[in-house]
Design a protein around this ligand. Structure first.
Ligand code: GLU
Length: 415
């Protein structure tokens, strides 16, 4: 049976803790969870019946600041996944240099099966349940898989109603007209492109490179679109049940527009051969971007991956077994905690703007995004290059863990 994401996160943590020289008590502190909140709550459906849903919000560590991380709506959410994702947010914020700790939330639901009004009821009730633990100085949710700007608007409104006044900084990823940041919708995909372009700068950047993008949601879709615009050949794309290959490049921009409008790739009539989504992972391309879910690259398929470079758009797409295979085969993995940090970075900008009642232009957002991501990426490259036998993931997690343990020691343990 496949290992859980939490086991993966813990194995990665201990590898980083070995590098950073953490003692046992520091390891116990950094692998503990500040708050693990679990709720079962009823929601009224359109036909007047009620259904009970399960939801979670996990705050991992707040040594560096208020906790930050998305909320996902998915039928596959488990408490262990949410813990793993919260822990990854801690290292992501730390390695990127943001003044946040890590958190994550989830509701076990397939949002595609709910009407807009049931989705709104569910979101408002879940927000009411987590209201005691979230807040602009405490814990700030954002979109993740299955959630979007509209859901953030309902969350912001519900939280504000209970306070009696509008508190835009309680969530990020809101609609721009409600205090959302310009560029937040594209931020994760744009960050992936900035980092890839920098990584390939000696080889002419992304222009002319062949790419396979696995997953066509907010992360994979925007990434594929921006790479296409920047002159890469996006030869492979897929959603949950349809893959498409075209040697001259799939029109990823049009395919993603079709999905944004509520479609699925099966119904899209653009050019390209239809293939299995899992074959996208084995594509013979320069760059593979896993941008769907955790654990798609495993000990079973890592030996068959043909790309020489993997850029992690999803959180935790690679198991430790696959990491070992990639290291042996000389395949470079640019790890999630820096590769996909564009989303939380622009979330940070959104939170800063909300707290100052300011609105930045998109050009400013994108420039500041680059100013945060490129030095973070460089720091990881330098750490890996100056350490024998150190992958980019080990370097990234090492820097993240080091910063969190330093903050913990400086603050001291209360009382
Ligand atoms: N869900 C995104 C992530 O995994 C963004 C989190 C945020 O913006 O707080 O990084």
């Amino acid at each position: 049976m496949a290992d859980s994401a939490l086991n993966t996160a813990l194995r990665q943590f201990h590898a980083a803790a070995d590098r950073a020289g953490l003692d046992d008590s520091q390891r116990v502190i950094l692998t503990s969870f500040k708050t693990v909140f679990q709720t079962e709550f009823p929601v009224e459906m359109d036909d007047g019946s009620f259904r009970v849903f399960q939801g979670y919000r996990v705050l991992h560590n707040s040594a560096l600041g208020p906790t930050k991380g998305g909320i996902r709506y998915s039928p596959n959410v488990t408490i262990d996944d949410v813990k793993a994702l919260a822990m990854w947010m801690t290292w992501k914020c730390a390695v990127t240099g943001l003044p946040f700790g890590g958190a994550k939330g989830g509701v076990i639901v397939d949002p595609a099966t709910l009407s807009q009004s049931a989705l709104q009821n569910l979101t408002r009730r879940f927000t009411a349940e987590i209201t005691p633990i979230i807040g602009p100085d405490k814990d700030i949710p954002a979109p993740d898989m299955g959630t979007n700007a509209q859901i953030m608007a309902w969350m912001m409104d519900t939280y504000s109603m209970s306070a009696g006044y509008t508190i835009p900084a309680v969530v990020t990823g809101k609609p721009v007209s409600l205090g959302g940041s310009e560029g937040r919708y594209e931020a994760t995909g744009r960050g992936l492109m900035y980092i890839l372009d920098e990584h390939l700068s000696d080889a002419g950047g992304v222009r002319g490179k062949t790419v396979a993008v696995h997953g066509l949601g907010n992360v994979g879709g925007v990434c594929a679109r921006l790479l296409q615009q920047a002159g890469a050949h996006v030869q492979y794309i897929c959603d949950k049940d349809t893959g498409i290959f075209r040697a001259e490049g799939v029109d990823a921009d049009a395919a993603f527009a079709f999905i944004e409008a509520g479609g699925v790739l099966r119904d899209w009539d653009g050019a390209g051969e239809r293939i299995a989504p899992s074959d996208v992972l084995l594509a013979d391309v320069d760059v593979l971007v896993p941008a769907a879910v955790e654990h798609v690259l495993t000990g079973d398929n890592a030996g068959k991956v043909r790309a020489r470079l993997i850029l992690e758009g999803a959180n935790g797409p690679t198991t430790p077994e696959a990491d070992e295979v990639f290291q042996q085969r000389g395949i470079t993995v640019i790890p999630d905690v820096v590769a996909n940090a564009g989303g939380v970075t622009v979330s940070y900008f959104e939170w800063v703007q909300a707290r100052q009642y300011l609105h930045w232009r998109e050009a400013q957002v994108n420039e500041e995004l680059r100013n945060v991501l490129i030095p973070a990426y460089r720091g990881i490259i330098n750490r890996a290059m100056s350490t024998p036998d150190c992958t980019l993931r080990e370097a990234a997690q090492w820097i993240g863990v080091e910063r969190v343990v330093q903050a913990t020691m400086l603050r001291g343990i209360y009382p």
